[in-house]
Design a protein around this ligand. Structure first.
Ligand SMILES: Nc1ncnc2c1ncn2[C@@H]1O[C@H](COP(=O)(O)OP(=O)(O)O)[C@@H](O)[C@H]1O
Ligand SMILES: [Mg+2]
Length: 261
């Protein structure tokens, strides 16, 4: 039997006195395409940031490919992971954010080569060769020498995807990557996600308000509210026939806001 690539076990997370996650558990299988949907503030970004080790957890465990993310074995027990362990584990995961966070003072290709050169000690020539392949994959090789400020939002997101792929992650996290884009630029970014889906066997977790895309793309949809999974299922079932009232209300609002479901 195949083991989950991500195993989240009873994690909790508070910001000050505000508890965002309270004993959340979920699992993701290798190659699975998962859509995380739910109202603003329900904890979707927090979950991705925790997986990316940008936030720590207060309680619980996370295993990536069977290996603890925030813990490491010692004397037969588990202790908190040190920075070295986190750095190693982080390389399995790539993330693309809602707001393009390219390094503004670096060219497109330097954005993509930076992490492999810095964290993996890849030589410049090899890093650039690989970067050009990735930029080609996202349709941005002609802009390799451009600066981020010269790009459209859709182009910036495509470069951000290439940059996240440069460390050859097994898991990719996408946090509302089209939300900040002008409508006519959304498609070019979604097309890249389709391409990743077709050409790689990465596991992908996608927070999105693009319900039409989620329905076509995802193997499974999780609906979050207040840090909890209220409902989950295959996209066709969940979108066509949501069982929980909170899911129904959310989907009604999304449609009223002009999103295609
Ligand atoms: N760094 C932070 N400090 C304080 N509160 C935070 C922080 N990050 C997120 N939150 C709060 O946690 C809740 C969940 O946020 P988030 O994970 O961003 O939700 P979503 O992505 O579903 O909109 C929100 O109420 C948000 O205000
Ligand atoms: Mg969010």
């Amino acid at each position: 039997m195949t083991e989950p690539i991500i195993k989240i076990d009873a994690i909790s997370k508070s910001f000050g006195t505000f508890q965002v996650l309270d004993g959340l558990s979920m699992q993701v299988m290798p190659r699975e395409k998962l859509a995380l949907i739910g109202p603003s503030g329900s904890g979707k970004t927090t979950i991705l940031r925790i997986l990316m080790t940008l936030e720590r957890i207060d309680a619980g465990h996370i295993a990536i490919e069977g290996e603890q993310l925030y813990h490491m074995p010692k004397n037969g027990g588990l202790i908190a992971a040190d920075e070295r362990h986190l750095t190693k584990m982080r390389q399995k995961i790539g993330m693309v954010f809602q707001l393009f966070n390219l390094f503004p003072h670096m060219s497109v290709i330097d954005n993509v080569t930076l992490a492999p050169m810095l964290t993996k000690g890849v030589a410049r020539a090899a890093a650039e060769k690989r970067a050009m392949e990735l930029l080609d994959m996202v349709g941005m090789s002609e802009k390799a020498k451009a600066m981020p400020a010269q790009l459209s939002g859709g182009q910036k997101q495509r470069v951000a995807i290439a940059r996240a792929l440069a460390l050859q992650p097994k898991i990719m996290l996408f946090d509302e990557v089209t939300s900040a884009l002008d409508p006519e630029l959304v498609e070019e970014v979604l097309n890249v996600l389709w391409k990743l889906c077709a050409e790689t066997d990465m596991t992908m977790l996608l927070v999105t308000h693009e319900m039409g895309f989620a329905r076509d793309f995802a193997d499974r949809v999780l609906f979050f509210d207040r840090g909890k999974i209220v409902e989950e299922g295959k996209p066709d079932e969940l979108f066509r026939n949501p069982k929980q009232e909170r899911t129904q209300t959310f989907l009604r609002k999304i449609i009223a806001a002009g999103h295609r479901v």
